[in-house]
Design a protein around this ligand. Structure first.
Ligand SMILES: NC(=O)c1ccc[n+]([C@@H]2O[C@H](COP(=O)([O-])OP(=O)(O)OC[C@H]3O[C@@H](n4cnc5c(N)ncnc54)[C@H](O)[C@@H]3O)[C@@H](O)[C@H]2O)c1
Ligand SMILES: [Fe+2]
Length: 369
């Protein structure tokens, strides 16, 4: 038995952000755009901001958004009686906006209670229109917001139905300005969503199909885009693949790769996609024997002869994108491994097809040493 659902309306296509004003008007009069200070200054995204009638601008979201970012945004939303939130950016801006859309409907001043505090978010939220500018996180179609609590040294997701954006407007033209390294990291984050949704203990047929297609499209297009960043067809394919991958993991949820990514981002400040990419080949080698041939099927669907050629292709993509291939290149010492392992047992680890032991993680990290 399985179920599939996705409450978010998806509007996809190059140029679809031309309709943003009209779409936002259907949801409310008082609008706020949530973004970061890089995107606020870029010509294309800056143009979108300028075209949104009478919208306030909150451009203070940090990469790996913080509890403090969400709390500050919520204070503005309340003070300005905002009715609709437009999240324009990568996963960081979208997650910050989603979390604030829920916090604003509570009586709390800080999202911390619902993050490290573990309290459940209710169903009420302001409408969020998610406009991704990276082809990666899939946050435009997921019920998660990943936040960093700097003071508590804790990074992890909040999960709640109320975190699904109401509308996702996916305009691949926006991702053309993403720098090479971020393009590689975000696409490999999307690949990790496809793989983790596919191997999660909660995997199911529709999400499997979405995962297979996302994986195939990322492998078919990422090298082309890294070699030719202006490849619009390739950028379009990666935006579509990231969307599919978001749909593929939003119900089954992630597993070992994301559980390991949290201390890698938290302690060593690796961008999310870089952290996911670091352990990907090792995690594939670990899980494959426990998947009854399904991982080999994934590799074949993605046009590889076997798992070894697929993992070699992942390593090549990391190299092409300038991502770290070893712990040393990631700024991690061998003496850090013990603590990394201790901090990797996030509840997402329980979704993994193989029950993960400390020895398993030690082997993955030893291969990267
Ligand atoms: N909610 C979810 O389901 C989910 C899933 C995976 C990851 N995440 C989270 O998302 C965050 C990462 O998001 P991300 O990888 O999209 O990165 P990001 O949002 O942090 O952006 C990375 C950098 O790229 C820049 N950038 C973004 N779009 C650009 C563009 N079009 N042109 C030029 N520069 C651009 C940003 O300004 C930023 O400096 C992490 O916190 C991660 O944990 C959330
Ligand atoms: Fe991710």
């Amino acid at each position: 038995m399985w179920k599939f659902k996705l409450p978010t309306e998806v509007i996809f296509g190059s140029g679809s952000t031309n309709r943003l004003n009209g779409i936002a008007d259907t949801l409310g009069k008082r609008k706020i755009i949530v973004t970061d200070n890089v995107l606020a200054e870029l010509p294309l995204t800056g143009g979108i901001i300028a075209n949104l009638n009478n919208a306030l601008l909150f451009a203070e979201v940090q990469p790996n958004p913080t509890v403090a970012n969400v709390d500050a945004l919520t204070a503005v939303i309340r003070a300005e009686k905002i009715e609709v939130i437009i999240a324009l950016g990568g996963g960081s801006s979208i997650d910050c906006a989603k979390a604030a859309s829920c916090l604003a409907k509570t009586t709390e001043q800080s999202i911390r209670k619902f993050h490290s505090g573990g309290a459940k978010l209710g169903n009420e939220h302001l409408p969020v229109i998610a406009v991704p500018t990276t082809a990666g996180t899939g946050s435009e179609v997921t019920p998660f917001a990943v936040l960093d609590d700097v003071e508590k040294n804790f990074k992890g997701p909040i999960a709640a139905e109320a975190l699904y954006p109401v509308i996702a407007v996916v305009d691949s033209a926006l991702s053309c300005s993403v720098p090479l390294k971020v393009t590689a990291a975000t696409a490999l984050d999307a690949l990790s969503h496809a793989i983790e949704g596919y191997w999660s203990k909660n995997h199911q047929p529709i999400c499997d199909t979405l995962a297979l297609e996302a994986g195939k499209m990322i492998f078919a297009n990422l090298a082309n885009v890294l070699n030719n960043p202006d490849d619009k067809t390739g950028r379009d394919a990666l935006a579509y693949a990231a969307l599919l991958a978001g749909m593929a993991f939003q119900l089954p949820k992630n597993a070992i790769i994301h559980a390991c990514s949290f201390p890698l981002s938290n302690r060593f400040h690796l961008p999310h996609g870089v952290a996911c990419a670091l352990t990907m080949e090792g995690a594939i080698r670990l899980n494959t024997p426990y998947m009854n041939g399904r991982m080999e099927q994934f590799a074949v669907y993605c046009d590889f002869n076997d798992i070894a050629t697929m993992t070699a292709a992942i390593t090549d993509l990391k190299q092409l994108g300038g991502l770290p291939l070893t712990l040393k290149e990631a700024g991690i010492e061998n003496s850090d491994i013990k603590q990394l392992i201790e901090e990797s047992f996030h509840p997402l680890m329980n979704n993994n097809p193989k029950e993960v032991t400390k020895e398993d993680l030690a082997k993955i990290y030893a291969e990267l040493a």
